[in-house]
Design a protein around this ligand. Structure first.
Ligand code: SF4
Length: 348
């Protein structure tokens, strides 16, 4: 079991629900656009937001952004301890900075003191693409062992200053290396882990890489907070993260849609029905299971087990609610009936 830290109001580690993070992709100094993006991400289920801080203007923008949003904010800073101090003064809830990259010990000490005073945890973020030269020389490549050793060095610096509000990430774009690095780290340390497959690429490949890597880790009980990194709109990252968590059964979030692949037995336009249903059901904030099945082979079984289900027939569908057939509906009316039935459920 990992230790517990808090990023603002969100608990991380020690069995807390695995939280979903994302990162803004707007220029941080464009406060309006950044707040708009964070608000949309929160609506989609983002629980913690990370913001890149490139310069003093960006660090100062954090204060206004923080006051305008209702989820915890993490400042992402590389090297510049002064920017980190400014970010803390602007009220951020978490900091991503590697202490070994800051320089003189007194600078690290000043930063650690500020974090300690304000209760701001630090994430040590090791990335296979930016390991120290000497570590790379020892291991030859960014191996899982090299990644863990790099994290260990940063941790040592903070531990020497009695700072332990630490969270760690060990990312690589290579899925097996990522999995092995997190496994090796969690055998040696109990700091909470931020998991992710770095630079996973665009969908659908990036989604698959993330689902495989994070799915393995989460199934093994490794990971306390997660970010899916996609070359795409950040909303995609949040939706993918939730799909992974729901698939493993770790958390519930909105409607879990089960549908069959269709085959030669299908006698309704199931693919379009499911596409339209997905779009109409997405805004409904109900943690229920909905099954949309093509025929009487597996249809009634799945539809019965779901909260609401459809088992298709020849131009018609049987509508199930809580395991019982409530209607025989014409194909053209199936979608409306399904949505009405689900909306009815939310009022019960
Ligand atoms: S549920 Fe029926 S239509 Fe759908 S894939 Fe299975 S056999 Fe085919």
């Amino acid at each position: 079991m990992t230790r517990k830290i808090h990023i603002g109001s969100v608990a991380i580690g020690s069995g807390s629900p695995v939280s979903v993070q994302s990162m803004t992709k707007t220029p941080t100094t464009d406060i309006e656009a950044t707040v708009r993006q964070i608000t949309a991400l929160k609506e989609a289920g983002c629980e913690i937001i990370r913001i890149a801080v490139l310069n003093e203007d960006a660090a100062n923008a954090l204060g206004k952004i923080k006051r305008a949003v209702s989820i915890p904010v993490i400042a992402d800073i590389h090297f510049d301890w002064k920017l980190a101090l400014m970010a803390i003064a602007n009220g951020i809830d978490g900091l991503r900075i590697n202490p070994g990259n800051i320089g003189a010990t007194w600078k690290v000490k000043e930063l650690v003191n500020a974090c300690q005073d304000k209760g701001v945890p630090i994430r040590i973020g090791v990335n296979a693409g930016s390991l120290h030269k000497d570590i790379l020389k020892t291991y030859g490549h960014p191996t899982p062992e090299a990644i863990v050793e790099s994290a260990a060095r940063h941790i040592e610096i903070l531990e020497a200053m009695n700072f332990n509000m630490i969270k760690v990430s060990l990312k690589a774009s290579n899925v097996p290396a990522t999995v092995e690095a997190y496994r090796a780290f969690s055998r040696q340390y109990d700091y909470p882990l931020h998991i992710g497959v770095s630079e996973a690429g665009p969908p659908p490949g990036g989604i698959i890489k993330s689902a495989v890597g994070l799915g393995i880790l989460l199934y093994e009980g490794i990971g306390d907070t997660m970010r899916v990194s996609l070359t795409a709109e950040p909303l995609e990252e949040v939706r993918t993260a939730w799909s992974i968590l729901k698939s493993i059964g770790l958390r519930k979030h909105g409607i879990d849609l089960i549908s069959c692949p269709t085959c030669g037995r299908t006698r309704i336009d199931l693919i379009n029905l499911v596409k339209e249903a997905e779009a109409r059901l997405r805004p409904l904030k109900r943690n229920i299971t909905v099954a949309i099945m093509g025929c009487e082979v597996n249809g009634p079984g799945e539809a019965k087990e779901a909260d609401v289900g459809i088992a298709g027939g020849n131009g018609i569908g049987l509508l199930f609610k809580k395991g019982v057939v409530i209607k025989n509906v014409k194909e053209a009316e199936l979608l409306d009936c399904l949505v009405e039935t689900i909306e009815g459920l939310s009022e019960e």
